[in-house]
Design a protein around this ligand. Sequence first.
Ligand SMILES: [Zn+2]
Length: 194
Amino acid sequence: MRPIGSTSTSYNRLITRHFDPIRRLSEITSTCGGRHERTELVGSTRVGAAPTRTAPAIKRRTVEREKIAVFARDRWTCRFCGSRTIDLRVLKLVSRAFPTEFPYHSHWKFGHSHLIYWTHSTSLEHVVPIARGGLDESSNFVTTCYACNDARGHYLLDELGWALREPTSSTWLGLTEYLPALKATRTRKPIPHI
Ligand SMILES: [Zn+2]
């Protein structure tokens, strides 16, 4: 396992390929936590008042399944830039196993999480942002890398000169094939910030 910062070369390459690196780093350091939370709230905004005690858990599972279905359809590949992404569950489990070498902070505190969380983690994005009238439903969901999700903000794709790529037929699974093995290595010892 490589230490934190060792992905800086690939990170810079990715950022340089798509964005101005200075602007991107500035945006990430100032907004990464909040934007991540926004992304994670995509599903939870759909959860209404619960008529029963078990309803919220069922709803959350439904939303999670819906999200994973979108990732599977898109083969964990960014529909904006075409990069392969890594499922966030995989990254968190690796951080749990190697908290020093591969750190993660639950609020994505910059400097306390490995850069790969910002460059390659899988995220769910709205094709048309909610703020621009987009629907919060599966027909408007696509898989993106976190870097594209974060950089895109509330802009329409046309406004950025971006185009939506067709789902790939790649065999890439976002490393989810390792989830069973990673889950099996989990210890009962709680890891801070996860
Ligand atoms: Zn991307």
